[in-house]
Design a binder for this molecule. Structure first.
Ligand SMILES: Nc1ncnc2c1ncn2[C@@H]1O[C@H](COP(=O)(O)OP(=O)(O)OP(=O)(O)O)[C@@H](O)[C@H]1O
Length: 263
C-alpha cells in the first residue's frame, strides 16, 4: 500500500441505485483507505459498473452517499470532483476523433486555472511521461480511433494518470490488454499512489493485486476482506458457479485459484 499524501479515503455509504424502476445496487457500503487498491468482483450483471458509475459521478444514487476524505462527492462542483476522481469506464461512449497526445492532454483539464486557460507549464511533460509508462509513447501522434483495443485502453489509463486523481475508479482496466500489459497496468496504478477501486473479472489478478476485495452479487455485497479470506471455494461456487482450488503462488505467496467447471 502506498502512503501517498495525494490519496484520499473513499467511503461508499449505503448506496442504492434504481434504473428503469429496478433496484440494481442495493444498500452497498464499502471503504477503501487512502492508497489501498480495492477490488470489486462479481458475475456479469451483478452491478459492478453501476456502483462504479456512482463513484465517478456518472450516476447519482437513489440513496446513500459517496464520501471522499469525508466530503460528499455529489455535493462537489464538477471541476473539484474531477480533481479528486479519475475514471476508466468500461465503455467509452465518446469516441475521440483526436490524436493520442490530445486525448491524454484532456486529463489535465481539471487542473487548468480557468475554463479558457491553455495548458500549464509541465503538462506536456506529464502527458509524455504517462504515455511512456503505459508503453504508448510511440503512439502520441496517432489518431485515437486508429488504435487497437489494447492500445486505446492504455492511452485512456495514461489520461486517468495525468489527471493526478486522489481516487482512481477502474472498470475492467485489463480489458483488451495482453498479459504483460495487464500486470504492468495494475502495478502502475498502485505505484501512482491514489486510492483505487477497480472492477476485475480475472480472479487471479484480483487475488494478486488487491489489498481488499468486495464480492457483489445481485446488487449486494455478499463478502469482503483480504483476497486469501474471500476467495474460498464455497463462496466461489455459490457466486461464480465455478470449482476453485486455492494454491499459493510459489514466488509471490499470493493466493491463486485453479478454476474449472463445477462437477
Ligand atoms: N439503464 C439501465 N436500465 C435497466 N437496467 C440496466 C441499466 N443499466 C444496467 N442495467 C442492468 O443492471 C444490471 C447490472 O449491470 P452492471 O453493468 O452494473 O453489471 P456488471 O456487474 O458491471 O456486469 P458485467 O460484468 O457484465 O460488466 C444488469 O442486469 C444490467 O442489464
Amino acid at each position: 500500500m502506498s502512503d501517498s499524501p495525494a490519496a484520499l479515503d473513499l467511503a461508499v455509504d449505503g448506496v442504492s441505485v434504481d434504473l428503469a424502476g429496478v433496484r440494481l445496487v442495493d444498500d452497498i457500503t464499502l471503504t477503501a483507505r487512502a492508497g489501498q487498491v480495492v477490488g470489486l468482483i462479481g458475475p456479469n450483471g451483478s452491478g459492478k459498473s453501476t456502483l462504479l458509475r456512482c463513484v465517478y459521478r456518472a450516476l447519482r444514487p437513489a440513496s446513500g452517499a459517496v464520501l471522499l476524505g469525508g466530503d460528499e462527492l455529489h455535493a462537489l462542483a464538477p471541476r473539484e470532483a474531477a480533481r479528486r476522481v479519475a475514471a476508466l469506464p468500461q465503455e467509452h461512449s465518446a469516441e475521440f476523433d483526436f490524436t493520442v497526445a490530445e486525448v491524454v492532454g484532456m486529463g489535465r483539464l481539471p487542473h487548468r486555472r480557468g475554463a479558457l486557460a491553455g495548458p500549464s507549464a509541465g503538462d506536456g511533460d506529464r502527458c509524455a511521461e504517462a504515455l511512456r509508462r503505459v508503453g504508448a509513447a510511440h503512439l502520441a501522434a496517432r489518431g485515437f480511433l486508429s488504435l487497437s483495443g489494447g492500445e486505446k485502453q492504455r492511452v485512456l489509463i495514461a489520461r486517468a494518470l495525468v489527471q493526478e486523481p486522489k481516487v482512481l475508479v477502474l472498470d475492467e482496466p485489463t480489458n483488451h490488454l495482453d498479459i504483460a500489459h495487464q500486470l504492468e497496468v495494475l502495478a502502475l496504478v498502485r505505484e501512482a499512489g491514489p486510492t483505487v477501486l477497480t472492477a476485475l473479472h480475472d480472479l487471479n489478478l484480483a487475488a494478486g493485486h488487491c489489498d481488499l476485495l468486495y464480492v457483489i452479487e445481485d446488487g449486494r455485497i455478499v463478502a469482503s476482506g483480504p483476497p486469501a479470506e474471500v476467495l474460498e471455494p464455497d463462496l466461489l461456487a455459490e457466486v461464480f458457479k465455478v470449482r476453485a482450488t486455492p494454491v499459493r503462488h510459489p514466488v509471490t505467496g499470493a493466493v491463486q485459484l485453479l478454476l474449472d467447471r463445477l462437477p
